[in-house]
Design a protein around this ligand. Structure first.
Ligand SMILES: Cc1cc2nc3c(=O)[nH]c(=O)nc-3n(C[C@H](O)[C@H](O)[C@H](O)COP(=O)(O)O)c2cc1C
Length: 370
């Protein structure tokens, strides 16, 4: 297998902020981090969509993206992800196309069924089980809207259509071109994967949508790529590892000792203690990480020492490069490392420095098989 040097870096702004932060604080901070990331050479900036979570409170990622249209130059944006079962597909298809034109192409689309029961209940569902087939139908109708051919369809869950010359024979109106910037073919769609036997990765591969994973240890990462690549190949496409994005917690400082000491004071560690640990347990993301570590420990007993050693990519730039290369050796390469964003409002400097170092000192040097 050929080796390459360098990979892209991106940011995932879930966001993780304490529920005490106001929506205005989180909004301003998210826009500010995008500007820093843009200046630091990050390629993509992805924003989550959650409706009921106090720790991840951005219910409208497109509002952040629109604000960043005027404050950034090169970085691309994506909702990661629009939760398709909760949207009217025709409305969303038009808004996505329009926003991608406002962004003049610095836009791609993340889609997901929705991962949190509290959001499902908000939308009138007892649990998450009805959502995956709704996502499929929504996406199919959105693709139909983007074809811009006349149709009216009533699906099982949603309805959509597109007007044509026969819609109003008595008089004509110009139909706005709110298709994605440069045409539907130019719109990258990415699908999120979490579980070991990921149905999302299979679906993404078969439709040639890009894969993006939350890291849950080498067995899960390998499984995600293998599932995606197999489905992609079976559908007649050529799998390309450069399309694979992997999300991780990362903290970099001058030395390992300093990074390990400083990370304990960041918002990242606060999120872990007050929120993320239980989420990782719930989604089973620790299982593979614990088996990779060789440490005899249960997810419930994980402490800060384990987190800084095995969960967070924490250390000097050289150590983080080494850890990434080790991961690439066991899982194969990928295209973009995505740093999970955590609250840095009270003490921004060390966090922002870490972000800059990931882009300037780590990503250009990582060697990986492709
Ligand atoms: C990178 C990434 C971003 C995600 N963003 C969201 C989100 O914004 N809102 C949400 O409810 N779920 C989000 N999820 C979870 C998905 O809704 C869904 O639970 C998951 O992709 C299912 O994957 P699976 O089929 O592998 O189990 C995200 C997952 C990943 C990996």
């Amino acid at each position: 297998m050929a080796m390459t040097t360098g990979m892209e870096c991106g940011i995932f702004m879930t966001p993780y902020n304490p529920p005490s932060r106001t929506p205005r604080q989180v909004f301003d901070w998210a826009v500010n981090i995008a500007q820093i990331a843009d200046e630091a050479g990050y390629v993509d900036y992805m924003i989550g969509e959650h409706y009921t979570l106090g720790w991840e409170n951005i219910p409208m990622p497109e509002a952040i993206i629109a604000a960043c249209a005027q404050t950034t130059k090169n970085i691309r944006f994506a909702p990661m992800a629009h939760l398709l079962p909760y949207h009217d597909p025709a409305t969303l298809a038009i808004r996505i196309g329009w926003l991608s034109q406002v962004m003049e192409g610095r836009y791609f689309l993340g889609v997901a069924p929705g991962g949190h029961k509290t959001d499902a209940v908000l939308h009138g569902y007892e649990d998450l089980s009805p959502l995956p087939p709704m996502q499929l139908e929504a996406l199919r109708l959105m693709e139909r809207v983007w074809e811009r051919e006349p149709f009216v369809e009533e699906g099982k869950y949603f309805r959509a259509g597109f007007p044509g010359p026969d819609t109003m024979p008595e008089y004509w109106v110009d139909i706005a071109d709110n298709n994605p910037y440069g045409g539907r073919d130019k719109l990258e769609i990415a699908v999120t994967g979490l579980s070991m036997n990921s149905k999302s990765m299979e679906f993404a591969g078969s439709r040639d949508y890009s894969p993006i994973s939350f890291f849950g240890g080498t067995p899960q990462m390998k499984a995600h790529w293998d599932t995606w690549a197999e489905a992609n190949e079976k559908a007649g496409f050529t799998p390309d590892r450069r399309r694979f994005r992997v999300c991780r917690d990362i903290f970099i400082a001058d030395t390992d000792e300093e990074a390990k000491r400083m990370v304990r004071k960041t918002g990242l560690m606060q999120t872990w203690h007050k929120y993320l640990k239980e989420i990782y347990v719930k989604f089973g993301l620790f299982d593979g990480i614990i088996s990779d570590s060789g440490v005899d420990i249960t997810p419930e007993d994980l402490d800060e020492d384990f987190l800084v050693e095995h969960v967070i990519l924490c250390g000097s730039p050289e150590t983080v490069i080494e850890k990434l290369e080790k991961l690439a050796d066991s899982c194969g390469g990928w295209g973009q490392i995505v740093a999970n964003q955590h609250d840095s409002i009270d003490d921004p400097k060390p966090w922002e420095e870490s972000l800059r170092r990931l882009s300037a000192e780590v990503c250009p040097k990582v060697k990986m098989p492709m």
